[in-house]
Design a protein around this ligand. Structure first.
Ligand SMILES: [Cu+2]
Length: 269
């Protein structure tokens, strides 16, 4: 009887160790400002995802909601309280379950923040609850990085909306398989033109998200930087300038997929 107890005990400890090592070796990064759907810090989230908040889409992360496109499959927030003005600059920030919160280790330049040598970050808006997204800003190469703010300017000509989606999506550069990450914040936008129920301006609506590394899409990495999982040089000043002019730069001619397309991962739900 003692023997069976201690066996259970060892099994339990083994499980704990396994869970812990998964949490640290399979680390990723996610948007933490604006506060996205699914995040434990978001008081209005419709689903609290303790296990897979930082995970890419379709990677088989267990215990979560089975992250799918768009927005990780999370339900909309219970109420929309994050409000921005058309033309406002949003300083996007990133974090993860290892860094950035009270009681967690201080982020240092050499911290492993699981940024996978950056890649391509796209910032988008949806005025139809995630059916379509239009890209209004991009950062190539060094994004994401928890060390920096990533300023993006909401276009001046956005109409008002009571429940829009601010999207961050990321195609990673290295350090792990070719992945696609997405975080969605439910926001209100106070437009210069007033009146809710508008649509995305056509120049934004016509700039679709770059989709990759999920069922039905190609598998590849995006060009990144040389800093691996540690602190980078931050946002490219030219891209900050472009963002301040609300200029995504049109179709993304500067983007080149890296490497040969990879086989889909086996673990789709
Ligand atoms: Cu990762």
């Amino acid at each position: 009887m003692d023997h069976s107890l201690s066996t259970k005990c060892r099994l339990f400890l083994g499980t704990l160790l396994a869970l812990t090592s998964v949490a640290f070796t399979d680390a990723h990064i996610s948007m933490i400002y604006p506060l996205p759907r699914g995040h434990p810090f978001n008081p209005n989230t419709g689903f609290v995802d303790y296990n897979c908040r930082d995970a890419p889409l379709y990677d088989g992360c267990g215990g979560g909601i089975g992250k799918t496109f768009p927005c990780g499959g999370y339900p909309p927030d219970k109420q929309v309280v994050q409000s921005f003005n058309a033309g406002q600059v949003i300083d996007v920030r990133f974090g993860n379950a290892q860094f950035g919160s009270p009681g967690q280790p201080q982020l240092t330049p050499s911290s492993n923040q699981a940024r996978h040598a950056g890649g391509l970050c796209e910032f988008s808006l949806s005025y139809d609850q995630g059916k379509t997204f239009g890209v209004f800003a991009r950062y190539h190469g060094s994004c994401p990085d928890m060390y920096y703010d990533w300023p993006v300017k909401l276009p001046e000509n956005l109409p008002s909306c009571d429940s829009c989606i601010f999207g961050w999506s990321w195609i990673n550069a290295a350090a792990t398989q070719a992945e696609f990450y997405m975080g969605c914040a439910d926001i209100k936008i106070v437009g210069k033109s007033g009146g809710a129920g508008g649509m995305l301006p056509p120049e934004i609506a016509n700039m679709p998200l770059r989709l990759a590394n999920m069922p039905g899409q190609s598998y590849y990495h995006a060009p990144g930087d040389q800093y691996g999982n540690t602190k980078s040089n931050g946002p490219n000043p030219a891209e900050v300038d472009a963002s301040m002019q609300s200029a995504a730069g049109g179709p993304d001619s500067s983007f080149q997929a890296m490497g040969t397309p990879r086989r889909p991962r086996p673990k789709y739900n």
